[in-house]
Design a protein. Structure first.
Length: 271
């Protein structure tokens, strides 16, 4: 099944990406990743840490023969330059590629981590060197704390940012997105359904799964959303939905926000 997924330019990277991408960590087989790519997706995101490093190896097998058609992102959670460089070299070997399109500083959730990464001998030194060498095309940052990501974005050093955002968690609209837009950053969203916790709640019909992804894609700051392959059939449903329509109107967004607020108030999301 190959869908006609909409695309976007990923901010100042200039990369053309499908507005739905694959999130790593959950799929254990190359065939599973290939099936998701066959939905017409061209963006795939993994990390050195996922499944003790095996996720990159599996993805490396899955993308054999189609690497040049894909935008490939991975991450390092190592804070010093030497360790981050070792991570990158391992990632390249595991992914069986000469370069990654986006190399991300993973889980940057504290002032201390940011200062370590950006300071002398920090991981940013390794990232900039790797970019000069052509091993990395763009440098990104990821995390779960919007304030910390805003501070990272404000440095101007990062080309992309990956963060949580959904109809129940609107904080990045005011905390992070304005800074990201001012810097021309590519904005990638995870947890559009909060790992499916937003699906099927409160004794009423759940909104269509595709609508949660349309919701995040409707914000002007957002370029694409990634979805982990916990359920391949659900991924296919969402891909098909987005190929038909990628955004919501204002009234539809408001209805989904009301739903999200009720789920969040119920305590199910733990936030």
């Amino acid at each position: 099944m190959s869908n006609n997924l909409p695309t976007a330019i990923l901010g100042r990277t200039g990369l053309t990406v499908t507005r739905l991408g694959i999130g790593g960590a959950y799929c254990e087989t190359p065939d599973g990743y290939r099936a998701a790519l066959d939905c017409g997706v061209n963006y795939i995101d993994t990390a050195r840490a996922y499944r003790n490093g095996d996720d990159e190896r599996v993805i490396g097998e899955a993308i054999a023969g189609r690497r040049e058609q894909l935008v490939l992102a991975t991450k390092t959670q190592t804070r010093d330059a030497a360790g981050a460089r070792r991570d990158l070299e391992t990632s390249l070997r595991q992914l069986d590629t000469d370069y990654v399109d986006i190399w991300q500083i993973h889980y940057l959730n504290s002032d201390a981590d940011r200062e370590r990464v950006l300071g002398p001998g920090g991981a940013m030194e390794a990232a900039l060197r790797a970019k000069e060498e052509g091993l990395v095309r763009h440098i990104g940052v990821t995390g779960h704390d919007w304030v910390q990501l805003q501070r990272a974005a404000a440095t101007g050093l990062f080309d992309t940012v990956l963060c949580w955002y959904n109809c129940a968690m609107k904080e990045p609209e005011t905390i992070l997105f304005p800074e990201a837009m001012a810097e021309g950053m590519g904005v990638v969203i995870m947890k559009a359904t909060f790992t499916e916790k937003l699906l099927g709640e409160l004794g009423q019909p759940s909104p269509d799964p595709g609508d949660f992804y349309r919701y995040v894609l409707s914000h002007e700051a957002v370029h694409l959303t990634i979805m982990g392959l916990r359920d391949l059939d659900l991924f296919r449903r969402v891909a098909l939905a987005l190929s038909e329509r990628a955004t919501l109107c204002q009234e539809e967004r408001a209805r989904l926000e009301e739903y999200g607020a009720r789920v969040r108030a119920s305590g199910k999301l733990g936030v």
